[in-house]
Design a protein around this ligand. Sequence first.
Ligand code: SF4
Ligand code: SF4
Length: 74
Amino acid sequence: MGLDRKFTITIIEDRCKGCELCVIYCPTDALEMSEKTNLNGYYIPKIKDIDKCKGCQLCFKLCPDFAIYCSGKN
Ligand code: SF4
Ligand code: SF4
């Protein structure tokens, strides 16, 4: 059921290099860059609107550093 879809995005902050690929290519605009930096000084992404996430895993597939993934029902 479409209404039951719920996804969780996990960002492993200290692995992130701040490349913004996940934010730029998320097809539903569910992510945005934050103003927070990680231990290495890179700006990290954050969830803009989790309800927009459709669980496509593109963010996970694109991230060069395995710093983000999506879990939940599809
Ligand atoms: S799983 Fe897909 S829709 Fe959800 S945040 Fe990642 S790229 Fe965007
Ligand atoms: S794609 Fe990965 S390394 Fe790049 S901003 Fe997103 S989480 Fe960080």
